[in-house]
Design a protein around this ligand. Structure first.
Ligand code: SF4
Length: 357
């Protein structure tokens, strides 16, 4: 199914803030989704409770920018990422998705206050001339799942193309990159692919693109001039996981090292709320410990072993690409890298805090 068919069959109703009714993006979306009933509203609360689910599309105009610091995780190193909530909600349906409990009861929301967000991010970039701003839209949904319909990412890539210290990242489990390939100047835009072995993609990421499709999309994006990032998060432990992940690393290595901006790693973790929703999944039958952020993780020595294997595999194909762990404890950073991320040459710019206000 192509993306257009997917949107038409997925959405069963649309709610749009009245002030957006003449917006060209909204007009074009209404043409594409002409068979889906649409209602204009003045307040989000007008959406009936029976429509508060992921088959509803809500096109919103928030009164304030929707960009800020990644909330991070108490007691764990945060990589100073800035999150832009352009598309909120996701229908890929990963069984392990930590946002499952929250997103399932919300419409897919598209925040159309583009200019305000662009201005604010540019202001922060101007105020932090010696720092790198990494901004991404993949925190509360998939950056590209609905982007072929709205084409909002394009506006950000174009707007930031002249800002040398903004790295705008689009993180996805889709292969939807074609609509972004012809942007003449991509600046420091990064297209990030979340990867897992085929068996995990097939069993646990029901509506994601296959591993092959994600790699093919990465190849296309790299050839078109984008930097590429890879995210192994979550990494699962199961019998034979090492070989499966090494196979993924081998396959992603078709992207030349100089095109890879960074690679992140995070072992599987869960909140009690997620566990209550999925307590029969095979990956929960392991040993986990509660951590300071109230998430449960594999025990420390297991995580250490997993990170060492993953980093060893990555270093075989990409000796110089920055590799970091997402939301990991200072102890593990010390055990694996021997120092804090801020003291590691190729990571210090990523982990250097930026001042925002
Ligand atoms: S792609 Fe990301 S946001 Fe979407 S369901 Fe999977 S983990 Fe959750």
């Amino acid at each position: 199914m192509n993306s257009s068919d997917f949107y038409k069959t997925h959405f069963t109703q649309i709610y749009i803030m009245t002030e957006l009714q003449n917006h060209p993006v909204v007009q074009q979306v209404l043409v594409e989704l002409d068979s889906v009933p649409c209602t204009f509203i003045n307040r989000k609360e007008e959406i009936p409770s029976r429509h508060l689910h992921q088959h509803t599309l809500f096109i919103n105009k928030p009164g304030v920018p929707v960009v800020g610091r990644c909330p991070g995780s108490k007691g764990h190193f945060c990589c100073n990422y800035l999150t832009l909530d352009l598309y909120t909600g996701c229908t890929i349906g990963c069984t392990y998705c930590i946002m499952k409990g929250y997103l399932n009861f919300s419409p897919i929301t598209v925040n159309m206050n583009i200019e305000e967000n662009i201005s604010l991010i540019r202001k922060w970039a101007y105020n932090n001339p010696d720092s790198t701003l990494r901004v991404g839209t993949g925190e509360v949904g998939d950056s590209l799942l609905f982007d072929p319909l709205f084409r909002l990412s394009r506006q950000f890539v174009e707007a930031f193309s002249g800002n040398k210290n903004i790295y705008f990242e689009l993180k996805t489990k889709t292969g939807f990159v074609d609509h972004l390939l012809d942007i003449p100047d991509k600046g420091n835009a990064v297209i990030g692919f979340s990867l897992n072995p085929e068996v995990i993609a097939r069993e646990e990421e029901p509506y994601a693109a296959s591993l092959d499709k994600r790699i093919q999309a990465a190849v296309k994006a790299a050839r078109a001039g984008y930097a590429i990032s890879f995210h192994f998060d979550p990494v699962f432990r199961y019998s034979g996981w090492e070989n499966d992940y090494m196979e993924v690393i081998k396959r992603m290595s078709v992207i030349p090292e100089e095109k890879v901006a960074w690679i992140s790693l995070g072992t599987f973790r869960y909140t009690p709320r997620l566990r209550a929703q999925i307590d029969s999944r095979w990956f929960l039958f392991d040993e986990f410990v509660p951590c300071r952020d109230k998430k449960f993780r594999y025990i420390q020595q297991v995580r250490r072993g997993m990170y060492e294997i993953m980093i060893g595999g990555i270093r075989n194909v990409y000796p110089k690409v920055p590799v970091y762990m997402c939301m990991e404890s200072p102890v593990l950073w010390h055990q694996i890298f021997g120092k804090k991320p801020g003291k590691i040459d190729d990571l210090c710019s990523i982990f250097k805090p930026v001042k925002i206000s």
